[in-house]
Design a protein around this ligand. Structure first.
Ligand code: RFL
Ligand code: PHB
Length: 390
C-alpha cells in the first residue's frame, strides 16, 4: 500500500491533519489502533480556543459545532470563598472560547472522513515506523488478522503520549523535559443542568475544584485528588459533598444529578525536542503533554497540525522543504508558551502536598493580583483564549 502522508492515530491531531490535507488534494491514510466506538466515546477536553474553532470551521467540519457549541466570554477564579470574573472577551479585543466536547470534534471529523470515502482504518495498530530517514518511510501495522506495509513520502505520528512515534527516533536523538505533579483530577460527567454559566476554577484549602460543562444538560466537574486515587472510595454522595465544600459561595447552590462517568487523570508536563527526524513528524500529545488546568492540550495539538499541513502542502506542491525543516522550531515556540501557562495555572490553583502554608499564601496573593490588576488579568486572558502570535 502506498500514500503521500501516512498518519498514525485518529485523535484530534491525526483526524484534523487528514482533513486539511484532503482539502488541499493531498492523499493520506490514517491508521488507528482502537475501534471507532472507543475513539468517539473517550471523554477528554471541552474548551476550544477561537483559533481552533476558526480552523475547524474553515476546514468544513464546524457545522454542528456552530449549532451546538456554547460561546463563552469569561471564566471565574474562586478563592477565599469568593468568585472573581475574568472577562476574557473584554480583555482580548472580543475573542471567545467555545464549549464543545472533544468527543464531538472527533465524531464530526470521523464522519467527514468517512463521507469523503477516504482511508481511515480502525483497529489497525502500527507496530513499527521504518526507514524514517529515507525518502520512502514505512508504517508497519496489523489489521484484519494480517501485517501490512504502508509506504509514504512522510509519516505524521499523531499517536498520543503512549504511541510509537517518539520511540521510533534513534537513541539519543530526542531531548526530553518534564514534570510529574503530586496530584490528579477526579472528573465526573453528570446529566444535570450545569450550576454555572461560565467555568469556575476554585482554590481552597481542601484542594482545587473545577466546574465545567458540555451542554445545557451535561455538567463536567473535577476535584483535585491523589494521582492514583481509588474511585471506589468516591461514591456519588461523597463527590457531591466535596464539590459543594470546594465551590460553595453565598447565594449559590450546586445542583447534583446522576453521575454517568467517573475518571481519574494523572497530571504531567512533558516536551520532547525536536519534533521531527528525517521524514517522521510528531504532532499533538505524541510530542508534548500539559496538565489540563489551562485547557491547552487539544488546542495545541490542532495548532501543530495546522503548521504541519501548511508545510506538507508546500512540499507536495513545489517540492520545497523549507517549512518542513522549520516545523519543529515553529511549533515549539507555542508549545513552550502553553507549557508555561499550564504549569502556572496548575501551581497557582492546586493544594500543594501537605498544604504548605507558605505556598498557600503565595497562591492567594497571586490570585488576588490576577483578579485585581488589569495587566495580570489580561495576561491570563490572552493565554486562555489562545495567543494569536507565538
Ligand atoms: P490523542 O487524542 O491521544 O490521540 C492519539 C490516537 O492515537 C492512537 N494510537 C495509535 N494508533 C495506531 N497505532 C498505534 N501504535 C497507536 N498508538 C496510539 C490512539 O488510540 C489515539 O486514538 O492525541 P492527540 O490527537 O494529540 O490529541 C490530544 C488531546 O487528546 C489532548 O491533548 C486533550 O484531550 C487534553 N485535554 C484538554 N485539552 C484542551 O485543549 N482543553 C481541555 O479542556 C482539555 N481537558 C484534556 C482535558 C485531557 C484530559 N485527560 C483525560 C488527559 C481534560 C482531561 C481530563
Ligand atoms: C473540561 O471541560 O473538561 C475542562 C475545562 C477546562 C479545563 C480542563 C478541562 O481547564
Amino acid at each position: 500500500m502506498k500514500t503521500q502522508v501516512g498518519i498514525v492515530g485518529a485523535g484530534p491531531a491525526g483526524l484534523t491533519l487528514a482533513r486539511l490535507l484532503e482539502n488541499a488534494g493531498i492523499e493520506s491514510v490514517l491508521v488507528e489502533a482502537r475501534s471507532r466506538e472507543y475513539c468517539e466515546a473517550r471523554i477528554r477536553a471541552g474548551v476550544l480556543e477561537q483559533g481552533t474553532v476558526d480552523l475547524l470551521r474553515e476546514a468544513g467540519v464546524g457545522e454542528r459545532m456552530e449549532r451546538e457549541g456554547l460561546v463563552h466570554h469569561g471564566i471565574s477564579l474562586q478563592f477565599d470563598g469568593e468568585r472573581h470574573r475574568i472577562p476574557l472577551s473584554d480583555l482580548t479585543g472580543g475573542r471567545t472560547i467555545v464549549i464543545y466536547g472533544q468527543t464531538e470534534v472527533v465524531k464530526d471529523l470521523i464522519a467527514g472522513r468517512l463521507e469523503s470515502g477516504l482511508p481511515l482504518l480502525f483497529e489497525a495498530e502500527a507496530f513499527a515506523l521504518e526507514d524514517v530517514e529515507s525518502s520512502r518511510p514505512r508504517i508497519r501495522f496489523r489489521h484484519d488478522g494480517g501485517e501490512h506495509d504502508l509506504e509514504c513520502d512522510v509519516i505524521a505520528a499523531c499517536d498520543g503520549f503512549h504511541g510509537i512515534g517518539r520511540q521510533s527516533f534513534p537513541a539519543g536523538a530526542l531531548r526530553e523535559f518534564g514534570r510529574e505533579y503530586p496530584y490528579g483530577w477526579l472528573g465526573i460527567l453528570a446529566t444535570v443542568e450545569p450550576s454555572i454559566d461560565e467555568l469556575v476554577y476554585s482554590h481552597t484549602e481542601r484542594g482545587f475544584a473545577l466546574l465545567s460543562l458540555r451542554s445545557h444538560t451535561l455538567a463536567r466537574y473535577y476535584l483535585q485528588c491523589e494521582p492514583d486515587e481509588d474511585l471506589a472510595a468516591w461514591p456519588d454522595e461523597r463527590i457531591w459533598e466535596e464539590l459543594e465544600a470546594r465551590t460553595g459561595v453565598d447565594g449559590w447552590t450546586l445542583r447534583p444529578g446522576p453521575i454517568v462517568d467517573k475518571d481519574v487523570t494523572r497530571m504531567r508536563s512533558y516536551v520532547c525536542e525536536p519534533l521531527c527526524r528525517g521524514r517522521l513528524f510528531l504532532a499533538g500529545d505524541a510530542a508534548h503533554i500539559v496538565p489540563p488546568t489551562g485547557a491547552k492540550g487539544l488546542n495545541l495539538a490542532i495548532h501543530d497540525v495546522r503548521v504541519l499541513a501548511e508545510a506538507l502542502i508546500r512540499f507536495h506542491e513545489r517540492g520545497d522543504e523549507t517549512l518542513l525543516d522549520a516545523y519543529s522550531d515553529t511549533c515549539l515556540h507555542r508549545v513552550w508558551r502553553c507549557e508555561h501557562f499550564s504549569w502556572w495555572m496548575t501551581t497557582m490553583l492546586h493544594l500543594p502536598p501537605g498544604g504548605d502554608p507558605f505556598d498557600l499564601r503565595l497562591q492567594t496573593s497571586q490570585l488576588r493580583y490576577v483578579t485585581t490588576s488589569e495587566a495580570q488579568a489580561r495576561a491570563l486572558a490572552e493565554n486562555y483564549v489562545g495567543l494569536e502570535t507565538v
